[in-house]
Ligand binder design. Structure first.
Ligand code: AMP
Length: 289
């Protein structure tokens, strides 16, 4: 495994590998790696000659009141995990490497962003697509791997690739969960012991919603209200949003054909947690993306 910090060096290296005919799988992350990230790396390992992992806490995707400064970081631990997952190249730039000067051209996401996290975190997805456009040009991957835990991110990145003809394939990897159902997240370390006990109710609320849909419930508002009631009666968390939308378009869903996403975000004292499930119109779980 080699570690590269300089973007030009990375790009040169990747061009060389491309010339040799190697296929490249890329997993972009913000580090503090856990089993969710590892499942992306494992999938990339299976499907490519070379696996590139980037670790970069991207300031552009954090709002002024958000947790950029205290986002958990552990480069040493991350490198150990990368080694274990047989990563070939770890890219660990600093902020000046990625943004040596103010950008002359900015990217703005217009669709799929006025709902869910895009609504609660103005500018978040603009920052995400900006860093990804740069990373895709540096890594030149054949396939990129994203977790469905951040399903809106997958929808937005899919639009980026389609709109701007990036010659690469997006793979959405199912959410990895703790034994009690809590979606693995770097931010889980900020839950108090009580909050950690309550957090699995988020996923349970989604499963209950799925159950009611499978039993025939088709009233969007009542499905949402049940989720709200369930979370409010079982946790001290403050609900940011609960919504049911088409996926990946993220528009109003009317239970005709097509997939739906049920997505939630809940603020605990020091961590905002998100979760979602994607279902077909019959309420069956959709896992292939
Ligand atoms: P992050 O470091 O939080 O930006 O995440 C990097 C990538 O890992 C993103 O594509 C996430 O969706 C993915 N990821 C994070 N948590 C999980 C999880 N529990 N299961 C699957 N993928 C995940």
């Amino acid at each position: 495994m080699i570690q590269i910090k300089n973007p030009n060096e990375l790009q040169q290296y990747m061009k060389e590998k491309k010339k040799q005919g190697k296929t490249i799988g890329f997993v972009p992350t913000m580090g503090f790696l856990h089993e969710g990230h590892q499942s992306l790396l494992k999938r990339a390992r299976l499907e490519n000659d070379l696996v590139v992992l980037s670790i970069f806490v991207n300031p552009l995707q954090f709002g002024p009141e958000e947790d950029f400064d205290r986002y958990p970081r552990d480069e040493e631990g991350d490198l150990q995990i990368s080694q274990k997952e047989q990563v070939d190249i770890v890219y660990t730039p600093n902020i000046d490497d990625m943004y040596p000067r103010p950008l002359s051209i900015s990217m703005t996401v217009n669709k799929r962003t006025n709902v869910l996290c895009g609504k609660s975190r103005p500018g978040h997805f603009d920052g995400v697509v900006t860093v990804l456009a740069k990373l895709f040009h540096l890594v030149i991957p054949d396939k990129v791997y994203f977790g469905m835990k951040d399903a809106q991110q997958v929808a937005v990145v899919k639009a980026l690739l389609d709109d701007y003809n990036f010659p690469l394939e997006l793979v959405g990897v199912p959410t990895v969960r703790e034994a009690d159902g809590l979606a693995k997240s770097s931010r889980n370390v900020y839950l108090s012991p009580l909050e950690r006990k309550e957090a699995p109710y988020l996923y349970q609320s989604l499963l209950k919603a799925q159950e009611t849909i499978q039993k025939g419930e088709r009233n969007r508002n009542s499905i949402i209200q049940r989720i709200v009631d369930f979370i409010e009666s079982n946790t001290h968390g403050k609900i940011d949003y609960v919504d049911l939308l088409t996926y990946p378009e993220l528009e109003a869903y009317n239970f005709s054909d097509g997939n739906m996403i049920i997505a939630i975000a809940v603020h605990f004292e020091k961590a905002r947690l998100i979760d979602n499930i994607i279902l077909n119109s019959e309420g069956e779980l959709v896992t292939e993306f």
